[in-house]
Design a protein around this ligand. Structure first.
Ligand code: SF4
Length: 325
């Protein structure tokens, strides 16, 4: 039986936009600009983009840390803004987020077991003995031996601290975990171990992940589907293998062609695409296609109208005027 249940979206995102005010009157930062997608139960949904693509803002919005400016977000069919304060607190346990820097989430003066128990206490579980047992169980599940319980964060390596953070999230038995660059700071040798741990936990607990990263080689190995973001918008969305082997959007093609690891034969050597310049400011995005100022294939029409994300092959969506030509 498939791990993924496409009839049961854990997240439904519809035309979601997030803007932030700036010091200048009437000027906003358009961090996320009208994105729509579903994340299905049991899947790993990769989100990839350069710095400034809006992927981190989107990740925070998916777990209700940032409210949408426009559009709709349903978590397990529920609109979080419709819940009472108490109901929202309970609902939020199902939707967790992990960040790149475990130090930011760990109190240096708290023993590891206390840090892992903390989310249960915050959630109102008062039985200390039961909380400690649950924390030790979660630690064991992520490969942390019992003797680590009495240690402090400074006595652990980066990979071990990241495991503590995962154990903390697991104690609440979430449905979905947003992982924002969670392996970016780890040595390459440890990175594989932690990614394998995520995969094992998914099989065991039926978890759903949104994996946010700038590194295509990380998401392509573990994701079922990948969304490519640029300047707050979705450029391409499709099955991981199809998107990695036959990308349809010039931006995805450029990201793939910059990869040092095996790339599609058709894009090697002379067909390598070198992205010029920086991502434009989200305070002043280009007219038409957001990618047009760096796109090697841009034509006049690209400045006139914004391409709509369109399904070119079943399940494979692209926002480009030239896709399919
Ligand atoms: Fe490039 Fe035009 Fe396609 Fe945008 S719409 S990606 S500028 S070809």
């Amino acid at each position: 039986m498939s791990r993924i249940d496409a009839s049961s979206p854990v997240l439904q995102v519809r035309d979601l936009s997030i803007e932030f005010p700036t010091q200048q009157r009437h000027v906003t930062v358009k961090a996320v600009n009208g994105v729509s997608f579903d994340v299905y139960a049991g899947e790993t949904f990769g989100v990839i983009g350069e710095s400034g693509s809006g992927k981190t803002t989107l990740g925070r919005a998916l777990v209700s840390l940032i409210p949408p400016t426009r559009g709709e977000l349903l978590q397990g069919g529920v609109q979080p803004s419709s819940l009472s304060k108490k109901a929202l607190r309970e609902h939020r346990r199902d939707f967790q987020i992990l960040f790149q820097d475990p130090n930011a989430a760990l109190n240096p003066r708290m023993r590891i077991v206390d840090s892992v128990m903390e989310p249960l206490e915050v959630a109102g579980h008062r039985d200390q003995q039961a909380n400690r047992a649950a924390a030790l169980q979660a630690m064991a599940r992520v490969g942390l031996p019992t003797e680590f319980a009495e240690r402090y964060p400074h006595q652990l390596s980066g990979g071990q601290k990241q495991r503590v953070i995962i154990a903390r999230a697991l104690t609440l038995k979430p449905r979905l975990i947003v992982c924002d660059e969670v392996v970016a700071a780890l040595d390459v040798s440890i990175r594989g171990e932690v990614l394998n741990l995520f995969a094992d936990l998914q099989r065991e607990f039926g978890l759903t992940y949104v994996f946010i990263t700038h590194d295509l080689s990380v998401v392509s190995h573990i994701s079922d589907r990948i969304a490519v973001m640029y300047l707050g918008s979705l450029m391409e969305l499709g099955p991981s293998q199809a998107l990695s082997e036959a990308p349809l959007h010039p931006y995805t093609q450029a990201l793939l062609s910059a990869e040092p690891i095996p790339i599609p034969r058709s894009m090697r050597d002379s067909q390598r695409i070198h992205l010029q310049g920086e991502v434009p400011s989200p305070m002043n995005p280009p007219s038409g296609c957001p990618f047009r100022t760096r796109c090697p294939k841009a034509i006049e029409a690209c400045a006139q109208s914004r391409p709509v994300l369109t399904e070119h092959v079943p399940g494979h969506w692209v926002a480009c005027h030239l896709a399919g030509h």
